[in-house]
Design a protein. Sequence first.
Length: 606
Amino acid sequence: MFDHRPSAGSLALYKIRPAIVTAVSDKIDITLDGCKSKRVRPKDIAILHPGPLKSLGDLGDPAGNVDEAWALLEGGETHLEELAELAFGDYTPTTAWAAWQLVAEGLYFEGTPENIKVRSEAQIAEDRAQCEAKAAAERDRETFLERLRSRALEEGDRERLSEVERMALKVNDRSRILQALGHQESAENAHRMLVDVGYWEATHNPYPARQSLVEVDPDHSLPELPREERLDLTHLAAYAIDDEGSQDPDDAISLDGDRIWVHVADVAALVTPDSELDLEARERAANLYIPERIVHMLPPAITDILGLGLQEISPALSFGFRLDEQGEPQELEVAASLVRVSRHSYAEINERMGEEPFATLYQLAERYRNRRKVAGAASIDLPEVSVRVNDENIRIKPLKRLDSRQMVTDAMLMAGEAVARYAIVRDIPVPFATQPPPDARAEPEGMAQMYAYRRQMKPSQSKAVEEAHSGLGLEVYTRTTSPLRRYLDLVTHQQLRAHLKGETLLAVSDITERIGATDGTGGAIRRAERFSNTHWKMVYLQRNSLWQGTGVVVEMNDKRATVIIPELAMETRVRLRREVPLDQEIRLAVREVDLADLTAWFRVIE
């Protein structure tokens, strides 16, 4: 064997690259591919051949017989010089480098230039099988990617695309498939690709899943309604007034002389604190209302039992009060009751507003509303729509500003204020609904001013201590009329029932804990509902590519206008040729829709 000490002209191995030694001192000068020079320590290189080698370009690809060399050496050990001679017939810089490549490849041989181990037949066969399997997998992967590019999925491809689906649902933030296709890794791109290849229908709504929300109804058994004394109010006409098609009537109103009664489904009679039903509802926080379905926080069967007007006689928790001349609710009576309720739509009752009891109820509601307005209640009347999907038929219906709707809203607010005051006086801990005031109060007029004022409004919050609700113009308020749909309303009912029966109340700390438990999920529900509504509006516009309509300019910024489209309750931005006055109407036509990005672009029709 040759002396492995470096000398000028010898062939060296530097990391995994060939090099020529050009000078030797305390360090060694070497030249790499591309004539790049480098000074290294002796231990940084291994000498493969003493040379002389003038150029790395002289290292060719010699012919040899690797199988024969391996057969001669099988079961033993060797060194680079011997391997080069056996495999290529000579030991030169070229064959030395070729022999080292065999070692580096690791199939037949492995080790160092001085100590090369000859691998067994079994090891070689195993490596070849692994190599072939890897190559087959790579071919299969490339074929799969080509099917994606050509949008020609096979049945087995759906399982592989679950990786992309997890990214589209924001479960994962990495996708090797998106990487391989050259797409930026984002939930929107994953969504776009899944629709493009047919894995998802264009109508698929991913937003509840993106918010990690439960998408099936709870399925717990229900206890029997307890036998207890109830105030019989069945002699009063009670009206459950809601949107057409409402499935969970949980409140109704009556008028008894000058006394208003608000009846609410007595959910706390069945759902007691910390019961299995209560814990499930607490985890879910509220019903999820999306255009294609409702996901309930309580088993739907509870609505069949307690929904007002679904049975001839309904159990309720009823709140009776009078409004004084200033419009404040007084003399609240809270009672577990029995009521006889008829169900009606807002549109139907709006046609009967001149009749009793609706005429009187509306006058009382107006008195109450005027009081709140004087106290600074926000008066924001921006377009709203109802988005409903039935068998993928999309219906977008503007919500009209009906007197009947305003009357019911005010009656529910009266009950919430009255209960809040009742709870404070009697030291009953309940979750209060609060909202800080905007930086500057205003009475906006016109859509543009209302749009600007809404942006000043601060988020409402639930708290265990009373504070004002600025947006409603109320010093105290608790949501109490939707216990079938909102968990914190249910908590208020649980507290009121415990108070009426002389049972132990939940402490302030318990209320705080329940608010904290529902806060995050409640926010996720609101986001899922907002995104879901926008999603179906985008699907609607995709299907109606010739859509045209009216927009109202609510903000101008250097010929770029923010526009609200009333019939869609949608905000968009368009470029105008000139600045126009705020609140001016313009005609728009849909230009392009990006479903995954929840964005639609419109052009102005001159």
